[in-house]
Design a protein around this ligand. Structure first.
Ligand code: NAP
Length: 283
């Protein structure tokens, strides 16, 4: 079994993007700018935002952080997003989810212009992805495609099974694999005979959110197994959706947790931001 090293791959990508960010700054007399909006005091969100800002700064991308209190009104949040949408120095806008319950996330996200939607969550970008047109795809599945590419794992004609159908992981993952000519099955909580479905996979993607859910008896000998999960085991330790200890005996390639898909998500956010800046200024 070969371990897929997401941490190292993400480091290489960040170094590549640092070159692109420097070239942009040289050509345009300003750095690429990513606006990050955090509303409220969700501790996990604070850690994610901190990591994203740190990665931006290390890559030469200017991060414009906006921290708003939990009591922020919908009108105040909308006003800020509108001003960021119009700001020419802002190339990408990221609204950290989840938002406090009284805010309408869908309405706020809809104010992000498609060309600044670096998370790839907008209906326009999702639609373009489904139509196999030029688009910004969601960072986590995009990072997985990049891992497959950099580890020379072919997708064309392969059977890919995605367990999970969320809008941010499972669904865009399935579309990206389909666009890369895999034969794709999407599984979810109502799927019958999940084990049989998984056993058919040449490439198995686990995006379920349940610790060690995918066990060795669900994995075909020699399958490529990608673990998106960020879960906690019985002892509170970070683990994935895949039972790493048993699945490693069967898989040909496997991503660890931590150090697999996680670091790629941030790397692809930076990638989407660079691409957004280059696209906007090329117009
Ligand atoms: P989610 O929105 O909760 O979706 C989970 C999916 O799993 C749903 O589609 C659900 O089916 C399906 N599911 C639940 N129980 C199942 C079962 N028993 N059998 C088959 N399918 C089942 O989660 P998410 O946002 O996609 O995230 C999934 C995991 O990835 C989480 O652990 C999350 O923390 C992690 N994650 C990691 C990163 C990263 O950067 N590494 C990024 C995002 C998410 P239904 O649709 O039928 O309910």
């Amino acid at each position: 079994m070969q371990l897929i090293d997401g941490k190292e791959t993400a480091r290489v990508i960040r170094a590549e993007l640092a070159g692109r960010a420097a070239a942009f700054a040289e050509a345009h007399g300003r750095r690429i700018g990513l606006a990050v909006l955090l509303i409220g005091d969700d501790p996990a969100s604070q850690v994610y935002v901190r990591n994203k800002i740190k990665a931006c700064e290390e890559t030469g991308i200017r991060s414009l952080a906006h921290y708003l209190p939990a009591a922020t009104t919908q009108a105040q949040a909308e006003e800020l997003v509108r001003s960021l949408a119009e700001d020419d120095k802002v190339d990408g806008i990221l609204i950290q989810l989840p938002l406090p319950a009284h805010l309408d996330a869908k309405k706020l996200l809809a104010l992000i212009p498609t060309e600044k939607d670096v998370d790839g969550f907008s209906p326009e970008n999702v639609g373009r992805l489904a139509l196999r047109e030029d688009c910004t795809a969601a960072c986590t599945p995009l990072g997985i495609m990049e891992l497959l590419r950099r580890y020379h794992i072919p997708t064309a004609g392969k059977r890919a099974v995605v367990v999970g159908r969320s809008n941010i992981v499972g669904k865009p993952m399935a579309l990206l694999l389909l666009n890369a000519d895999a034969t794709v099955t999407i599984c979810h909580s109502r799927t019958q005979n999940l084990k049989d479905e998984c056993l058919r996979a040449d490439i198995l993607i686990a995006a379920v959110g349940k610790p060690k859910f995918i066990t060795a008896d669900m994995v075909k000998e020699g399958a490529v197994v990608i673990d998106v999960g960020m879960d906690r085991d019985e002892e509170g330790k970070l683990c994935g959706d895949v039972d790493f200890a048993s699945v490693r005996e069967k898989a040909s390639f496997l991503t660890p947790v931590p150090g697999g898909v996680g670091p790629m998500t941030i790397a692809m956010l930076l990638y989407n931001t660079c691409a957004a800046a280059e696209r906007r200024t090329a117009e």
